[in-house]
Design a protein around this ligand. Structure first.
Ligand code: SAM
Length: 443
């Protein structure tokens, strides 16, 4: 049996795509292996969102060069966003890469590898492809949680972002195909799905007839065996009252929303082309909190976007304190080729970016710790998904509002069940608890 080694960088969508590729290559008898040295085919599924992500791939390719030299029949491929963005430049820099293909070509992976095997040199496929719902999975893929891509692409054209270039225009998968995929996952033991899209809350408007994410959530809620439904990433521009109410009313939907704000300054938001003001964002946050009181909120923030002054940054800090996020992902602005912000003349220095990054991490960490305290003493339903990382004798799971809870050993036998856990302690990055009812009753 030929062996495939997959290295995945970047977002959850890439993790999903990697599984599809492993599943598709099963038809050519490839089986997954853990070590590159054992592989006949190595695929790097790449990310372009920041320059650092691309640097990592080139350094990984450098590390694989020796392997290719020792075994010329080893096939090395680069797929995903970086393939789409850098195209032929990858093979210019690393000529021993046999194959480069973008996400629209995933469905053709078997054919592409076949062309390399037949002796074709430097195969490149970064063309468009029809939207196909791929559901192929590798043999080992049965698990409690799974990602499900519900739409591809992005049409927002934020001035900092490469996604519209790397993933093309917005295209939604049909609700029936998504529900079918989730039924299959549930039948193989999956209990939690995360619906993925670059702007997942724009789901369905391109379909005929058009639909929306709230309606999709209701359909997925009807799938027997699924206990929890998450979705990411939402854009404030497309957030509707209907979706906010669905978070409250659709029973299996988690009370958690990732809502990237990117900046707390109207001037910067306009330069980013985000399509909302700070006041509008905060209005949405108020509506969310009023509708779903237990909601957990997280966000993405870019520091050091071109032209960001100390005053702009201070407004971002204010927003973080005002919203009181449970988690904030802070990124230093990275200049991406082909995006409008890369050509803006007032780029911010690395030193200032580093300083703002540190300040924001401190503030968001403090705010998140305060937020967690609200859960102390409560009894919350927890989906048991494994053993605690800190103490293998303990069980681990997540609350509906997205907090990791480690709790007593009796929980370890309850994998996949939703059990009531009394929160006894709030730690910096997790909660500690104890099963609130005898194990029999919990089941
Ligand atoms: N589509 C989502 C949105 O726009 O809200 C998020 C997609 S992106 C994969 C995840 C995050 O990476 C963004 O929310 C943004 O904060 C960050 N990001 C994107 N481009 C960036 C850049 N050029 N430099 C730094 N961070 C960036």
């Amino acid at each position: 049996m030929p062996k495939l080694h997959l290295i995945t960088y970047g977002c959850q969508m890439n993790e999903y795509d990697s599984e599809r590729v492993a599943g598709l290559l099963k038809a050519d008898h490839y089986e997954l292996c853990d070590k590159p040295e054992d592989a006949d085919l190595i695929l790097l599924n790449t990310c372009s969102i920041r320059e650092k992500a691309e640097d990592k791939v080139f350094s990984q390719l450098g590390a694989l060069k020796g392997l290719k030299k020792a075994r010329p029949d080893l096939v090395i491929g680069v797929m995903g966003c970086m393939a789409q963005l850098q195209q032929g430049r990858i093979q210019e820099r690393a000529p021993y890469v046999d194959l480069v293909f973008g996400s629209p070509a995933i469905a053709r992976v078997g054919q592409l590898v076949g062309r390399v095997r037949q002796g074709e040199r430097q195969v490149l496929d970064t063309g468009e492809g029809a939207l196909v719902k791929l559901t192929a999975k590798p043999d080992a893929a049965s698990r409690l949680k799974a990602f499900v891509t519900v739409m591809e692409g992005c049409e927002k054209h934020c001035t900092f972002c490469v996604v519209p270039v790397t993933r093309g225009r917005e295209r939604s998968h049909a609700p029936a195909a998504i529900v079918d995929e989730i039924r299959g996952l549930a039948a193989s033991g999956c209990r939690e799905v995360t619906l993925l899209g670059q702007t997942v809350n724009a789901y369905g408007r391109d379909l005929d007839p058009p639909t929306d994410l709230a309606s999709l959530l209701e359909l997925v809620d009807g799938v027997e065996g699924i206990e929890r439904i998450r979705f990411t990433t939402s854009n404030p521009y497309n957030l509707t009252t209907r979706l906010i109410r669905a978070i409250r009313d659709v029973p299996k939907v988690v009370e958690y929303l990732h809502l990237p704000v990117q900046s707390g300054s109207d001037r910067i938001l306009a330069r980013m082309h985000r399509g909302y003001t700070v006041a509008r964002y905060l209005e949405l946050i108020d509506e969310i909190k009023a509708t779903v009181p237990d909601i957990a909120l997280s966000t993405d923030i870019i520091v050091g976007f071109p032209g960001e002054t100390d005053a702009d940054f201070a407004e971002t800090v204010d927003v973080v304190e005002r919203v009181a996020y449970d988690n904030a992902f802070v990124f230093r602005y990275s200049r991406r080729p082909g995006t409008p912000a890369a050509d803006m003349s007032d780029q911010v220095s690395d030193a200032v970016k580093a300083e703002r990054n540190a300040v924001l991490l401190e503030v968001s960490g403090r705010v998140a710790a305060q937020q967690s305290r609200r859960l102390a003493g409560r009894v919350l339903p927890v989906l048991v998904d494994g053993v605690s990382r800190k103490d293998a004798r303990e069980a681990s799971g997540r609350t509906r509002c997205n907090r990791v809870v480690n709790f007593d050993a009796r929980g370890r036998g309850l994998l996949g069940a939703v059990v009531p856990v009394q929160i006894t302690e709030v730690l910096p990055h997790s909660l500690r608890g104890a099963l609130a009812e005898p194990v029999g009753a919990a089941l």
